[in-house]
Design a binder for this molecule. Structure first.
Ligand SMILES: *Cc1c(COP(=O)(O)O)cnc(C)c1O
Length: 357
């Protein structure tokens, strides 16, 4: 690593010295006893299951399990209310409103920009190349003195492809701020996670989520892997009980079923391949971008008309047709075998009505 990254220079000054909210459960960690410290209801809950006690603020049991699955120590794991929460916390920890900058690489996931905008943080854009790879020169040229974060999404949403390791590595080595690699779709690709390289790069942050491959979007739990120092800061500024008790309980149970996750991923990958084949058979399809994720970015002759037709058939896909470099494209999530069949049948009907051969 040939840069001079110093987390203290990247954090907003007041965050370094901030005294966090000290919750009742921070001060006593024993298990047995009479808890009269948190103003909870001692009689139980109005529901059948009991939720009257506050949950573990640091989700120790869950992190213990993630440690084994991801091969990373527990003090490098931060859990958020979806990965949207660490995206927001990273922005707030590092960027002073009105002065600091972040870099995004459109077309990409919208929350980096939304989070920056909410906090009045300046956004510099370094467009991906036309084949959806990182334009390293454009990124490094966009770096200013007060650029704090570079957001990288790999596999990228909405384009579906992995970013080149060499490009990410160059940015990690050349930039003195945080480089966040969002790996929401990592389970659908063969590429290794950047989590295994945290030791090499103190400025590397990796995001993953339980919302996609694990099938737990409704629980709202996202993972952030980073240096011990940065995880400590994120813990300091998060809402104390950011992962609810039922979410923690359901996730603990879910983590026992890695095989079920792997089997679903295998099914989705198989469906992705056959969906791609069926789509390519349709003359209205111009192009399908190669995907390392659980969706396909598909260019149509008339994306808007296809979108409207599908909505009328109550099939909802994501319209990306007016997004930079995705012109004419719809983003289609890989569904079940049955759902994909219904989609293809609908598209065939559309084609018969609208295309004169
Ligand atoms: C879906 C997605 C997420 C997940 O967000 P959660 O808040 O964890 O549900 C994060 N990043 C990208 C790029 C995504 O597509």
């Amino acid at each position: 690593m040939n840069n001079t990254f110093d987390l203290k220079k990247i954090l907003r000054p007041h965050i370094l010295t901030l005294a966090p909210y000290s919750s009742a459960r921070d001060e006593y960690t024993g298990h047995v006893g009479i808890f009269l410290d948190a103003n909870e209801n001692p009689y139980g809950s109005v529901t059948e299951a009991d939720y009257n006690r506050y949950p573990d603020p640091y989700q120790a049991e869950i992190k213990q399990k993630i440690t084994v699955i991801k091969q990373v120590s527990a003090d490098r794991i931060f859990l958020g209310n979806g990965s949207d929460e660490p995206i927001d916390l990273l922005t707030r920890a590092t960027c002073s409103p009105g002065t600091d900058h972040v870099i995004i690489m459109p077309p990409t996931y919208g929350m980096y920009e939304v989070s920056a905008s909410i906090h009045d943080v300046r956004i510099d854009k370094a467009s991906l190349t036309t084949d959806y790879q990182i334009d390293v020169d454009a990124v490094l040229n966009a770096v200013k003195d007060n650029t704090k974060i570079i957001w990288i999404c790999s596999p990228n949403n909405p384009t579906g492809n992995n970013m080149q390791d060499s490009a990410i590595e160059t940015i990690l080595n050349s930039f003195n701020g945080l480089v966040v690699v969002d790996e929401a779709y990592i389970d659908f690709t063969d590429k290794p996670s950047w989590v295994s390289r945290l030791d090499e790069f103190p400025n590397l942050v990796v995001l993953q989520t339980f919302s996609k491959a694990w099938g737990l979007a409704g629980l709202r739990v996202g993972m952030c892997f980073a240096s011990v120092e940065l995880v400590r800061i994120l813990n300091k500024i998060k809402p104390p009980y950011n992962i609810s008790l039922p979410a923690q309980q359901a996730l603990l149970a879910g983590l026992e079923h890695i095989t079920a996750k792997d089997n679903m991923v295998a099914d989705i990958l198989q469906e992705r391949a056959s969906l791609e084949t069926s789509l390519l058979d349709l003359p209205i399809v111009v192009k399908i971008h190669p995907s390392d994720a659980n969706f396909l970015l598909v260019q149509f002759e008339d994306a808007k008309a296809v979108m409207d037709y599908l909505i009328n058939e109550t099939i909802i896909v994501r319209d990306r047709s007016r997004v930079h470099l995705c012109e004419g494209c719809l983003r289609i999530t890989v569904g079940t075998n049955k759902e994909n069949e219904v989609l293809i049948d609908s598209l065939k009907k559309y084609q018969q009505k609208n295309v004169t051969v």
